[in-house]
Design a protein around this ligand. Structure first.
Ligand SMILES: NC(=O)c1ccc[n+]([C@@H]2O[C@H](COP(=O)([O-])OP(=O)(O)OC[C@H]3O[C@@H](n4cnc5c(N)ncnc54)[C@H](OP(=O)(O)O)[C@@H]3O)[C@@H](O)[C@H]2O)c1
Length: 300
């Protein structure tokens, strides 16, 4: 029995069937997102993975279906570097006319060099946070119509490094890749907490998760000796994709967390967040700014 077979067996023992559920997972073509898709497909869910590259996405879709024996796995292509592309993704999902019970905002980058998205946003913030903020807003109507539903933001313990200066979202001076990444992960927690408050009476929960330090390709933009050490030596001591996906699958599937909302999780347990991540006023201000940056009407 392979390690993947073993963890699938554990998930099937721990969690109920998801046969009546539909899940959308961004960044589902590799790494944690793909392992999460395998978990949810193995539990019987209808799974839609989102992939930046249609060819890679289609390959992953076939592999997930074959590994789990679940043919109800689909793929939509979207580059989160562009907000227009995210709007198209939401339209494509709406056109399917399927419910949505589980939204997993997982796609992400760790950009060690400062770069901008097509819309001019600092890329960690733009891709990890803002594009997913827009996707979630676009799909909230379907989520509430499908309630009970769950939103899960794949964040990180590195949010503790994040400082969110709402007056300098583009970080024009003193860019540090790790700080910028941490900031985007902080923004994801603030968004989940604000969603939890706003959707409390709608039967939609929102949580964020730290998957652990996992041997994925997330650090591929780390160059030089540090990059080499990470890609060769350190990698073998890290979690596997499936181990990293465990708490994400737990939040998506377990009956134990059915009513939990607005928490940050790791290793299937609630964890403390940074003071900034717990700041409800900051979350509300970020929410309004994000509506503005994504051309959505204010809800103030
Ligand atoms: N690995 C860790 O130790 C760790 C720890 C804490 C949190 N996380 C979080 O876990 C999530 C998944 O990361 P991972 O570790 O699985 O990394 P990964 O193997 O690099 O996978 C990242 C996924 O995001 C997709 N993605 C990146 N930029 C995109 C874009 N512009 N448009 C659409 N999709 C895009 C990638 O697509 P492509 O295949 O096309 O690049 C890929 O599917 C991220 O949010 C990350 O911040 C990871």
């Amino acid at each position: 029995m392979t390690a993947t077979d073993k963890i699938i067996k554990r998930w099937k023992k721990d969690f109920p069937s998801l046969e009546r559920k539909t899940a959308l997972i961004t960044g589902g073509n590799r790494g944690l997102g793909k392992a999460t898709a395998v978990g949810l497909a193995a539990l019987g869910a209808r799974v839609v993975i989102v992939s930046r590259d249609a060819g890679h996405g289609e390959t992953a879709r076939g592999e997930i279906a074959q590994l789990t024996g679940n043919e109800r796995v689909s793929m939509l292509a979207c580059d989160f570097n562009s907000l227009d592309n995210v709007r198209q993704l939401a339209q494509q999902y709406k056109a399917l006319d399927w419910p949505l019970h589980i939204l997993i905002n997982n796609a992400g980058i760790m950009a060690f060099e400062r770069q901008l998205t097509a819309d001019g946003h600092e890329s960690n913030f733009g891709i990890n946070y803002l594009a997913h903020f827009l996707l979630t807003q676009e799909l909230t109507g379907i989520l509430t119509a499908s309630a009970p539903a769950r939103i899960i933001n794949v964040s990180s313990s590195l949010h503790h490094k994040g400082r969110l200066n709402l007056d300098d979202l583009s970080i024009e001076d003193g860019y540090s890749g790790l700080d910028a990444y941490g900031r985007s992960k902080l923004a994801q927690i603030l968004q989940a907490n604000e969603l939890a408050r706003r959707l409390a009476s709608a039967g939609v929960t929102a949580n964020s998760v730290h998957p652990g330090v996992v041997a994925t390709d997330l650090m591929r933009s780390l160059k030089g000796v540090r990059g080499l050490i990470m890609k060769t030596f350190i990698r073998r001591f890290l979690r596997t994709n499936e181990q990293g996906a465990d708490t994400v699958v737990y939040l998506a599937a377990s009956d134990k967390v059915a009513g939990d909302s607005g928490s940050f999780w790791a290793n299937r347990r609630k964890m403390r967040v940074s003071n900034a991540a717990a700041d409800a006023e900051l979350a509300a201000r970020l929410w309004e700014i994000s509506l503005n940056l994504t051309d959505l009407p204010s809800t103030a």
